[in-house]
Design a protein around this ligand. Structure first.
Ligand code: SAM
Length: 294
């Protein structure tokens, strides 16, 4: 039986190797084989698929992924876990275990190496699957979405509260800069709710699994992408400010902001959290044009 099939087994397996769960690395291990299986199913893997798993830990998900995919590249930061996992994966020739930091790793490079490809132009779109260490959720999401890596789809276990933010519609408290970023690059969908009881050690919050299908092309035309995201961040930076005031802090003058809002047909007393992705895109293009004319 797999060592993470129950908390008792997990503890004795880790103790036997001088290991213990490290809170600073977000180590909450899945100890429910059913959830691991369900999550792997939700990844909708085909036999030709390549998966990058972030933070395989002691392999609860890795084994399920390896059963279904052509190859799993498993990227783990904790050297002790890498050693332990080598033992567990000894009869899984389609798993490449790599020690490294997901916030720094070249994902395309890892996949190219695992497939023996010299030419990155021939890299297939691959999937990213993870029960994420929660402390890196936002920077990691941003990195994976903005990097231009050949990722086709991601299936991520996140804090339930963050998952709700990713799928939130405009108008509510959960809608924010992270929502706009994610929905610009991908179509997010919550596919599973996961109670905290299936992890050891037990985290303080419940989780949810989100599937992110990356858009082949962005759904809206934003013009200058950096400027667009600066507009979005400014609009949410002080939620109680009207859009007009928030944008004035960004461009340093009232004139171009009022001109751009009028051109975009957006009432200047609205708050940023009420704007749809389409409205943000249009407003950003108008604002850049108005700023450029001065
Ligand atoms: N996948 C395992 C499971 O479901 O039981 C472990 C999940 S645990 C929530 C997160 C894992 O990510 C841990 O194994 C942790 O060591 C690893 N990790 C933490 N920070 C990381 C980073 N920056 N890059 C890669 N792995 C990381």
């Amino acid at each position: 039986m797999h060592p993470v099939a129950s908390p008792g087994r997990l503890i004795s397996f880790m103790q036997g190797r001088g290991l213990s769960p490290r809170k600073s690395l977000g180590q909450n291990f899945l100890v429910d084989a059913n959830i691991a299986r369900k999550m792997a199913k939700e990844a909708r893997l085909r036999p030709e698929d390549v998966v990058v798993e972030i933070g395989p830990g002691l392999g609860a998900l890795t084994l399920e992924l390896a059963r279904r995919a052509r190859m799993v590249v498993a990227l783990e930061i904790d050297r002790g876990l890498v050693r332990a996992l080598q033992e567990i994966l000894v009869d899984r020739p389609n798993v490449r275990l790599v020690e490294g930091d997901a916030l720094k790793a070249d994902f395309d490079g890892l996949v190219a190496k695992a497939l023996g490809l010299q030419d990155r132009g021939r890299l297939p779109a691959y999937k990213v699957v993870a029960n994420l260490p929660y402390y890196i959720t936002s920077p990691l999401l941003r990195r994976l979405l903005e990097s231009g890596f050949h990722i086709g789809c991601m299936l991520l276990m996140l804090q339930a509260e963050v998952a709700r933010r990713l799928v939130a519609p405009p108008g509510g408290k959960e809608y924010g800069a992270l929502t706009v970023l994610v929905q610009y690059y991908a179509r997010p969908e919550i596919v599973m709710q996961v109670p905290r009881t299936v992890f050891f050690p037990r985290p303080e919050v419940d989780s949810a699994v989100v599937r992110l299908d990356l858009h082949a092309r962005p759904p809206v035309e934003v013009g200058d992408r950096d400027f667009f995201f600066r507009v979005v961040r400014a609009a949410f930076a002080q939620r109680r400010k009207t859009l007009a005031n928030a944008l004035r802090s960004l461009v340093g003058a009232r004139g171009p902001v009022e001109e751009a809002l009028a051109a975009a047909g957006i009432n200047s007393s609205r708050r940023g959290e009420t704007l749809s992705l389409e409205e943000f895109a249009y407003l950003s293009r108008c604002l850049q044009a108005c700023v450029g004319r001065r």
